[in-house]
Design a protein around this ligand. Structure first.
Ligand SMILES: Cc1ncc(COP(=O)(O)O)c(C=O)c1O
Length: 484
């Protein structure tokens, strides 16, 4: 990545760096360096960006230049900064640290395991009747060959109608049905990204999207989300303008894993900035139906698109059932035709029977989705209650939708915790799986897709091993560490 962070932007990210807990005895330069390391460890400040010149940062922070010089020197010594005279200083991590981000595949072999690695609900009760009704419909299709590369017309119409109802007029020829949202992402990447192309993603983000990008050998840059506030508009727009990526992949509704919801104003600005620099946007709407607490979801990002820059992807997995494997792409009609041409080289078409099941579920969407929202709100609240009770040091921002919360732990122990949790029958997805380069060790994604009693039980087991990790003589955390 070749971006640059300006003095005022870094100052905003650093926030109250001079007043951080536990820094009373450390000099200003050490506190400043520690805060920069913290931003790197949390994925808020990407790797490989150029930091502001010392004078510029000193002015933005209203401190002396010598303090910044000493902080940069310390960052160089600890391996967090590489400098070249006359050219500037770039962020890095010590020892080229990397973790594999291979997704979160979980075998369903161990029924005793409380699986918090997968953020998806069990099927709704309406699924069986939808499947029976679909079987009744099947004869209508049996006289044809059954290949529909863009999907059966009934389903494309139902999906298009749902977009239109959200305020984005859409026709069936703008929809292509896929085998899940993940498949939709892969197809769009095949069409839109040459191997080695540049892509901007959020950090943290959905690990299997990173896996799809790795499959295209994408060169990835990140926009770090703030744990409590989500996207930082100036930084996000700045990253787009500076790095001019070929693509940006964003999850604006109840982002996985943080649960943040992108406001309408930022949606509009992102689309305008993307168009200005020639970036195409892949907007993953996996969680758009799952708002809670009466939270209103802003208009779809594609609403602000006048130049076919936005490709939206979504699917049935989160509101309905992952086992259906039904997703879709919404794009311009010519783009859909091009996607269909790519698709015949991959899997030809989606199963007709499953698409018919989806049609029946969508016909009953209002009732099913209303139930899901209630169920998720109850489970979320049970999880929040258990965390407040058992792990009060952990900080969480209450998500107003989606299926996950992003807990900020009391130390960089996420991977160690996940390893220990397996021993007590809890499967966890540790923070680093949601980022690049082994950052995000202070975070843990917790889905609230299991029944409330299971969530409470899981938190109890996690709390027990959390305190065991300390008793086992683990070094107490003094400042943000990085290594998983
Ligand atoms: C943001 C996001 N995109 C895509 C997917 C994959 O969805 P599907 O099961 O429809 O392929 C998920 C599943 O967790 C997700 O969270």
């Amino acid at each position: 990545m070749t971006g640059q962070v300006r003095g005022v932007q870094l100052a905003r990210l650093l926030g109250q760096w001079h007043a951080l807990p536990g820094r009373r005895r450390s000099p200003d330069y050490a506190a400043l360096a520690g805060s920069v390391r913290g931003l790197l460890a949390d994925g808020r400040l990407p790797l490989g960006v150029r930091l502001p010149a010392e004078r510029e940062l000193a002015e933005a922070l209203r401190i002396s230049r010598t303090t910044v010089t000493a902080a940069y020197r310390q960052l160089r010594e600890t391996g967090h900064l590489a400098s070249r005279r006359g050219a500037g200083s770039w962020t890095m991590l010590p020892g080229n640290h990397r973790v594999a981000s291979t997704g979160l595949w979980t075998p369903l072999d161990d029924r005793e395991m409380l699986d918090l690695g997968v953020a998806a609900l069990a099927a709704p009760p309406q699924l069986l009747s939808a499947a029976r009704a679909a079987a009744e419909d099947l004869p209508r299709y049996l006289s044809g060959a059954g290949y529909h590369p863009t999907g059966i017309i009934e389903l494309r119409e139902a999906v298009a109608d749902a977009y239109t109802a959200r305020g984005l007029p859409t026709s069936a020829d703008q929809i292509m049905v896929t085998s899940g949202t993940q498949h939709a992402l892969d197809l769009v990447l095949r069409l839109a990204l040459a191997p080695g192309g540049t892509v901007l993603v959020e950090s943290p983000t959905y690990p299997n999207a990173l896996a799809a990008l790795a499959g295209r050998r994408a060169r990835i840059s990140t926009h770090g989300l703030a744990a409590d506030a989500g996207w930082e508009p100036d930084l996000l727009l700045g990253s787009l303008r500076q790095t001019r990526p070929k693509l940006a992949y964003l999850i604006p509704e109840f982002q996985n894993p943080t649960g943040h919801l992108m406001p309408a104003s930022l949606r509009e600005r992102v689309v305008a900035a993307a168009h200005a620099v020639g970036t195409d946007l892949i907007i993953d709407e996996s969680f758009v139906d799952l708002s809670m607490d009466g939270t209103e979801v802003p208009p779809p990002v594609a609403t602000y698109d006048r130049h076919s820059r936005v490709v939206s992807i979504g699917g049935m997995s989160k509101p309905y059932w992952g086992g259906l494997r039904i997703g879709w792409v919404r794009a311009s009609a010519p783009q859909v035709q091009r996607l269909a041409a790519v698709r015949v080289g991959v899997d030809m078409a989606s199963p007709v029977l499953d698409q018919l099941v989806a049609v029946h579920l969508l016909a009953d969407a209002e009732a099913i989705v209303a139930d899901r929202r209630v169920q998720l709100a109850v489970q979320r609240d049970a999880l929040l209650g258990a965390l407040a009770h058992q792990l009060p040091e952990w900080r969480v921002t209450v998500p107003r939708g989606g299926v996950t919360l992003w807990a900020e732990l009391d130390g960089p122990v996420s991977s160690a915790l996940a390893r220990a949790a397996e021993e007590v029958g809890v499967r966890l997805a540790p923070g680093p799986r949601f980022g690049l380069d082994g950052t995000l060790e202070r975070f843990l994604r917790l889905p609230f897709t299991l029944p409330a009693a299971d969530l409470v039980e899981a938190v109890g087991r996690i709390a027990a091993i959390r305190y065991d990790l300390d008793r086992a003589g683990r070094q107490r955390w003094r400042e943000p560490a990085v290594i998983a």
